[in-house]
Design a protein around this ligand. Structure first.
Ligand code: ZN
Length: 309
């Protein structure tokens, strides 16, 4: 089994779908790479953002429930999602967020890199992290010049009451401990995107509560050849992973981890271009085959998105 190189995607809960779309595309400059529905509730969108093709390591996805109750970020959750930008793009982003009316915190240094914390319209904690040798990536055509564009994920921070079991799990996945700052433990994988997981060791932080502005799960990249072996590895670790589930754009195994965070192990392929052309990716509502018969009713029941006008 190959070591896991990093994050595949991150999935969060939002509220207003139009505001969500506007923020991630117009403010952050990501591309809508898939427009679908929550397979458990087809009255709710499932929106996917990413680089030009939504390649693994770049895709942030949302279930925007209109009027959703606000969640609380806390223990047992991914508490911050981090995007990677080139180190010399930090000043550009400070100005860009200010011009967009986003209330960003002062930039800070962490593990030798500059971190710019801010929140999305639902209060979801995000950070831009400036990396000296950022990968070129494949930024979409959009409002952000490619030299400054978000390349994909940098990593995630997990808020945990006790980090010990999660540390062992990350080590099993091939992550290495590379640093500590205060109560923050840093682990890194050997990839170029989404390769960082930081653990915040804080039993005094209140438990997280699901809702708008919180992360639902984080997915890690595995190859198709290794996925079943990883599933067995999780069982040997004492976890109870799901069967391999076909998500059409990738295949997935989910497991609740010892610290309470939901992990997914998703295959790199076939990817978001399996059912749409790259040029028109994300423009049309894509439904699983078993919902196609209800397309008209589903489309009528979905709230309008700002880019539809
Ligand atoms: Zn997922």
């Amino acid at each position: 089994m190959r070591d896991i190189p990093g994050i595949h995607h991150v999935t969060a809960i939002g509220s207003d779908p139009g505001e969500n779309l506007q923020f991630y595309t117009e403010t952050l400059g990501l591309r809508v790479v898939k427009r679908s529905v929550n397979q458990d509730d087809a009255s709710v969108y499932h929106l996917f953002y990413g680089d030009r093709s939504g390649s693994p390591g770049t895709s942030m996805t949302f279930f925007p429930y209109p009027g959703a109750r606000q969640g609380r970020v806390g223990t047992g959750q991914v508490s911050t999602t981090q995007f990677l930008i080139p180190a010399d793009a930090v000043d550009y982003w400070i100005d860009r967020l200010a011009e967009a009316g986003v209330d960003a915190d002062e930039p800070r240094e962490r593990f030798g890199e500059t971190v710019l914390p801010f929140e999305d319209p639902d209060g979801l904690p995000l950070e831009l992290v400036g990396v000296a040798e950022a990968p070129a990536g494949d930024p979409p055509d959009g409002p952000v010049p490619p030299e400054y564009a978000i390349r994909g994920f940098y990593g995630v921070t997990l808020a945990l009451g006790d980090t010990a079991a999660t540390e062992r799990l990350l080590e099993t996945m091939g992550y290495e401990r590379t640093g500590t700052e205060g109560t923050r433990l840093r682990y890194e994988a050997d990839g170029d995107l989404g390769y960082v997981v930081e653990l915040l060791d804080g039993p005094d932080v209140a438990d997280g509560r699901p809702g708008a502005g919180t992360i639902h799960h984080v997915a890690f990249r595995v190859t198709s050849e290794d996925q079943a072996d990883w599933r067995e590895e999780l069982q040997r670790f004492g976890l109870r992973p799901t069967e391999i589930i076909d998500r059409k754009w990738f295949e997935s195994v989910y497991t609740r981890t010892p610290g309470g965070v939901l992990f997914e192990y998703a295959t790199e392929g076939p990817g978001y271009t399996v059912d749409e052309d790259l040029e028109t990716l994300g423009e049309r509502l894509v439904l699983p085959e078993w919902l196609e018969g209800r397309r008209e009713e589903i489309e009528d029941g979905l709230p309008p998105l700002s880019t539809d006008s």
